[in-house]
Design a protein around this ligand. Structure first.
Ligand code: FAD
Ligand code: NAP
Length: 547
C-alpha cells in the first residue's frame, strides 16, 4: 500500500491515536503484518499509555502479571524471554515491558510523540480522515483507529476554590516523573477507588499524617502480591498455550473458571470455606466462586457480607471498620480494588478517615480541605478521583463524521456503537476497546488483542475485495445497543453509582459503558460477523465510493 509525503499533508493508509498496549499492537499489525503505511500519534513523549502516566506510589496491575501482557498472538519468543518479578507487577516494570515491545518490533520509528490530536474529520469526497494536532499539523489517512484508552482522561472534580490551595496538588493519573517526597508532610488523599487503595498505604509510611476523604467505601479484595519464583515462572511458560486459550473463552478474560454452582445452593459453612479459600489465593478469584454473584442479589449479599467481615476483622476501631464497610451497593457493581495492607493502614496513628458522603467536601481552601464538619489543614492534596472513562478521551479527539456530526453530539444520550468497534455515520473508523465492548470488564490485553486482530482481519478483507469504505448500518447498530442493554439489565451492575455507568462525572449520560456479555461470547459474535462477510456493515468498493 502507499504512503505519499507532501510538505503540507502526510497521506497514510492508517492513523492510530495512542501508544499504549492498543496502539503498539495495532501498529505492529498494520505495518508488520499487513504492510500498510501507518503512523501512531501519541501525546506523551514515550510509549506506555496508562503505565506512562500513572506513576503514583503503589501503582501496579491487578490482573496477574503473567496474563497482563501480550499473548502468543504477538510473540512466543517474547513470552519465553520475559520474566515478571512480582505476581502483580509494579508500574515501572510494566512500562519497561511496553518499551521492550516497542523496541523489539521497531515500532518507535512510526510513532510521533508529543503529538496531541485535537480534531478528526471525515472527508467524504476523498474517502479519508483528516486529522489535526495541537501543533497545527494535519495528516490524512483512509482509516482512523482510536487506541486512546478507556481510562486516560483524568477526572479532577470542580471543588470550589480548588486553585486557591497554597500547597502542592497532584492527580494520580498525571503523576510527576521525578516522584514526590511526602516525608514529614500532612497529606490529603481524595478518593478510595483502586488507585487510592494502592497509594494510601505507601504514602502513610512516609507522610507525617494522611487524611483520607472517602465518598463510597469499596469491597477491596486481598491482592496477595509476592515475588514470582523461578518454578512458578517455568510452569506458567510451559502452560501458556492453555492459559491463553482460557483467557479468550472465559467471561472476564482471566484464565480462571467460574464455578458452576449458585451461592445459595451450598450450606452456609461450606460457602464460607469456599470464600476463605479464594480469599487466601488473593486476586479476583473471589468473584469466580459462584456463578450468580453478579445476577442475584441474595447470592451477592453472601459475598458482600464475607468481605465486610474481613474488614471488621482487620480494622481495630469498630467505628472506622463500619465506615470502611460498603452497604450501599452490591459486591462487584463497582470495580473492586485489590489491596495489600490497605485496611491495616487505618490502624496507624497517622491516618484519619473522613466520610465525605456524610459531610461532603465544600471547598478547597488555601490551607487545605473544608467539609461540612470543619477544615483539614494539609501541605499536599492527592486527587485519586479517577477518570472520565470510556468516552471522555474519545470526545476530546473532536471526531466529526460523514454528516458533520461530532461523536460527542451523536452520543449525547449515551454511546451507540456496533460491537463497540464502529459507529454509524463514521466510515472507516475503528475504536479499540470502545464503549459497548467488553473492554474494562475484562483483563484488557486480551480484549485489546481481540479487537486489534479483528480490525486487522477486516482491513485485509477490504483490501482483498477492493473495498474503500466500511460503515455499520443503523439497523445493526440499533440491534447491538438493544442487545447490550438487554444483557446489562440481567445483571446487578446498574445498581451502583460507578464509573462503569458514568456516575462519577456530573452530567454524564448514565448507562453501562462496557459490554457485560462476556469476553468469550463477544469474541464469538465478532468472529461470526466477520465470517458472514462483515454482516451489519456496508462495504463500498473504491469505484462505487468514488462515483
Ligand atoms: P492507554 O494505555 O490508556 O493508552 C492510550 C494512549 O492514548 C495514552 O498514551 C494517551 O496519551 C494517548 N492519547 C489519548 N488521547 C490522545 C490524543 N488526543 N492525542 C494523542 N494521544 C492521545 N487493566 C487490566 O486489564 N488489568 C489491570 O491490572 C489494570 N490496571 C490498571 C491500573 C491503572 C492505574 C489504570 C489507570 C488502569 C489499569 N488498567 C488495567 C486498565 C488499562 O488502562 C489497560 O489495561 C491498558 O493499559 C489500556 O491500554 P490502551 O493502549 O488501550 O490505553
Ligand atoms: P475511581 O475508581 O473512579 O475512584 C475515584 C475515587 O474518587 C472514588 O472513591 C470516588 O468516590 C472519589 N471521588 C470522585 N469524585 C469525587 C468527589 N467529587 N468528591 C469526593 N470523592 C470523589 O478511580 P481510580 O481509583 O483511579 O480507578 C479507576 C479504574 O482504573 C479502576 O476501577 C480500575 O479499572 C483501574 N485501576 C486499576 C488499578 C489496579 O489495581 N490495577 C489501579 C488503579 C486503577 P465514589 O466512589 O463515590 O465515586
Amino acid at each position: 500500500m502507499s504512503e505519499t509525503v507532501s510538505t503540507d499533508l502526510r497521506e497514510l493508509d492508517a492513523l492510530v491515536v495512542g501508544a499504549g498496549f492498543s496502539g503498539l499492537y495495532m501498529l505492529h499489525r498494520l505495518r508488520n503484518t499487513l504492510g500498510m503505511s501507518a503512523l501512531v500519534l501519541e501525546a506523551a513523549d514515550d510509549v506506555g499509555g496508562t503505565w506512562y502516566w500513572n506513576r503514583y506510589p503503589g501503582a501496579r496491575c491487578d490482573s496477574e502479571s503473567y496474563f497482563y501482557s501480550f499473548s502468543d498472538r504477538l510473540s512466543e519468543d517474547l513470552l519465553e524471554e520475559w520474566t515478571w518479578s512480582e505476581r502483580f507487577a509494579g508500574q515501572p516494570e510494566i512500562l519497561r515491558y511496553l518499551q521492550t515491545v516497542a523496541d523489539r518490533f521497531d515500532l518507535r520509528r512510526d510513532i510521533r510523540f508529543r503529538t496531541t490530536v485535537t480534531a478528526a474529520s471525515w472527508d467524504d469526497d476523498a474517502g479519508r480522515w483528516l486529522v489535526d494536532t495541537r501543533d497545527g499539523e494535519r495528516f490524512a489517512a483512509r482509516f482512523l483507529v482510536t487506541a486512546v484508552g478507556c481510562l486516560s482522561t483524568t477526572n479532577l472534580p470542580e471543588f470550589p476554590g480548588r486553585d486557591s490551595f497554597r500547597g502542592d496538588s497532584f492527580h494520580t493519573g498525571l503523576w510527576p516523573h521525578e516522584g514526590v517526597d511526602f516525608t514529614g508532610k500532612r497529606v490529603a488523599v481524595i478518593g478510595t477507588g483502586a488507585t487510592g487503595v494502592q497509594l494510601i498505604p505507601e504514602v502513610a509510611q512516609e507522610a507525617a499524617h494522611v487524611t483520607v476523604f472517602q465518598r463510597t467505601p469499596n469491597y477491596d479484595i486481598a491482592g496477595g502480591n509476592h515475588p514470582v519464583t523461578p518454578d512458578f515462572d517455568r510452569k506458567i511458560k510451559d502452560d501458556y498455550p492453555q492459559i491463553w486459550a482460557r483467557t479468550r473463552e472465559t467471561a472476564f478474560g482471566f484464565p480462571y473458571d467460574v464455578a458452576d454452582r449458585t451461592a445459595l445452593s451450598v450450606p452456609e459453612e461450606e460457602r464460607r470455606e469456599i470464600f476463605e479459600e479464594a480469599w487466601a489465593k488473593g486476586g479476583f478469584r473471589l468473584g469466580t466462586t459462584f456463578n450468580d454473584l453478579l445476577l442475584d442479589e441474595d447470592a451477592n449479599e453472601t459475598a458482600a457480607e464475607f468481605l465486610r467481615n474481613k474488614i471488621r476483622e482487620r480494622v481495630d476501631d469498630p467505628e472506622i471498620a463500619e465506615m470502611l464497610a460498603p452497604k450501599d451497593h452490591p459486591f462487584f457493581t463497582k470495580r473492586p480494588p485489590l489491596e495489600n495492607g490497605y485496611y491495616e493502614t487505618y490502624n496507624r496513628d497517622n491516618v484519619t478517615l473522613v466520610d465525605v458522603n456524610k459531610s461532603p467536601i465544600e471547598a478547597i481552601t488555601p490551607a487545605g480541605v473544608r467539609t461540612a464538619d470543619g477544615e483539614y489543614e494539609v501541605d499536599s492534596i492527592v486527587y485519586a478521583t479517577g477518570f472520565d472513562a470510556m468516552t471522555g478521551t474519545l470526545f476530546k479527539l473532536g471526531i466529526r463524521g460523514r454528516d458533520g456530526l461530532t461523536l460527542a453530539e451523536k452520543w449525547a444520550e449515551g454511546p451507540r456503537s456496533y460491537l463497540g468497534i464502529a459507529t454509524h455515520g463514521f466510515p472507516n473508523l475503528f475504536m479499540i476497546t470502545g464503549p459497548q465492548s467488553p473492554s474494562v470488564l475484562s483483563n484488557m490485553p486480551v480484549s485489546i488483542e481481540q479487537h486489534v486482530d479483528w480490525v486487522a482481519g477486516c482491513l485485509r478483507h477490504l483490501r482483498e475485495q477492493g473495498v474503500a469504505r466500511i460503515e455499520p448500518t443503523r439497523e445493526a447498530e440499533d440491534g447491538w445497543v438493544a442487545h447490550h442493554d438487554e444483557v446489562t439489565a440481567t445483571t446487578l451492575l446498574p445498581r451502583a453509582n460507578s464509573w462503569w455507568v458514568g456516575a462519577n462525572i456530573p452530567g454524564k449520560h448514565r448507562s453501562l459503558y462496557p459490554y457485560v456479555g462476556g469476553v468469550g461470547t463477544y469474541r464469538g459474535i465478532c468472529d461470526d460477523v466477520a465470517a458472514k462477510g462483515y454482516e451489519g456493515f456496508t462495504l463500498s468498493r473504491a469505484d462505487v465510493a468514488a462515483a
